[in-house]
Structure formats: C-alpha cells, structure tokens
Design a protein around this ligand. Sequence first.
Ligand SMILES: [Zn+2]
Ligand SMILES: [Zn+2]
Length: 282
Amino acid sequence: MKILLGAHVSIAGGLKNVCAHAKNTGSNAVQIFTKNQLQWSAKELDYNEISSFKKCVISQNLTVAVHLSYLVNLGSTDETIKEKSIGGIIDEIKRCGLLDIKYLVLHPGSNKYLSEEGTIKQIALNLSGIIKQTAELKDVILILETTAGQGNQIGYKLEHIARIIELAGNSERFGVCVDTCHIFAAGYDIRTLSEYNKFMKDFEDIIGFNKLKVIHLNDSLKPLGSKVDRHAQVGKGYIGMDAFGFIVNDKRLKDIPLIIETPGSDREHKIDLDILKNMTKK
Ligand SMILES: [Zn+2]
Ligand SMILES: [Zn+2]
C-alpha cells in the first residue's frame, strides 16, 4: 500500500531545507514550524523563499503540515496570553496561506483555573472567532491534536475534541490529528489489532473519520495511561512495533500524512521511515 510518510523537520536553515530533507529521506510528507516555535515574533517570509518552496512541493508532490508554536494557548483566560495566542494563530494561518499549506496542527490548550468543560468552551470560543477572522483563508484547516493530558491539557479524550469542534461551529475548517504517543499516554491502548480497531471505531463514532487529517507516529517512553508526553522512536517505547504496522497498513489512512516527531538528522529519520515503509504490505 502506498502511504504518505515523513518527519517533522527543523527549518532552521530556511524553507529550502524542507525539500532537501524530503529528497534525502525519500519522504512524500513533511511537517514543519514556519518560525521559531518558542518565540512569538516571526520574520516575514521572503518572496523568493515562498516561490521556490511552492515549486518544490509541487515537483516533489509533498503533503505538508505546519505545527503551531508551543506558546499558543487557546484555553487561557489571561488577556495578554489570549490576545497573543489568537494573533499568533491568525498570523500562522496567513503564513500557511502564503505557502499553500492547508494543514495547521495545534494543541487545544489548557487552563488550570477552569473546569474541563469551562476550558473547552474557552477554546471553542477563541477558535470560532479565529475562523471568522480568517474566512478568506478557508483552505487552511485547523487541526486539533490529541494530547497526553499532561498538566491541565484538554484533548486527552476524543470527546474533548468532538465537543470543541461542535461548540466552535462544526466547520469544515476543523480537522483532527491523532498522535500515537499522546493517545497511549492518555490511556488508549493500540498494541493489539483488536485494541487498535476499538480505538478507530471510537474515533469514527465520537469524531468521524472525515475529520482525521494527520497522524503523528511516535512511540511512548512512558507507560499506558501515564499522562506524560515523552516521544520515543517508533518501536523503541511502550507501544512497540505492531501498532505502527496496523497504521501503515490501514487502508482508511492511505491519504493521511503519517509524521514521525522524534529528533534526528536526515540519516536517522530515513532509518525510521524505511522501517515503517518496509512494514507496508504490497
Ligand atoms: Zn504530535
Ligand atoms: Zn508530544
């Protein structure tokens, strides 16, 4: 089965590194930060950089996702953080628009002063404002990522994500990213085929497959239900290799970019990506 597979890569050396990385690793999918993920401000993308990036994405037939900065927190009720977070997302949606990237992955958010339902409402309220303010960039889909539930993070239950999307207006502008490490740390077991199929059925029943847009393939350094988000290389953590085999051979996922998010050089990424590719049945 042909799949969309790649890694999260650093663009420290500029956007041109993305295409070189994809070539070096034989990837047809990739995830990037378009700016330093630990800073609010970003330098403007330059015209030449944008046009050569778009050209190589087309010529290499790459599926690209952007991961939002970790500073953004849509669950916050602190006016300054809220304002910066909304501004940060809108800015990133514009950058995705300039780069013709349609997937923007983000973590839902947290708030230690509110109940879970209160935080969910706050996140949904902010998201509905954001999609209204970026109506002209309707091709950019905001992809809510499942979380491990560390701290007060929302998103460790599929019901949280479904509720956010429902409250924010159930728009076509929303999608979902399943991160294998996060769901496992959150308590969803996928280590056997029957557990995996149960998770997929829950996803279909609670959220719906039409919303599934990106999958992060990470193993977990922490055990099932630990609520701690520590990525391991595929097959090198508590999840183990079988689960990744179910995913790369699941026909329902053949058009969904599968992204590994472990640090490493192109050479190291290629080793992991080749292992995954070799597990796909012809
Ligand atoms: Zn992830
Ligand atoms: Zn993570």
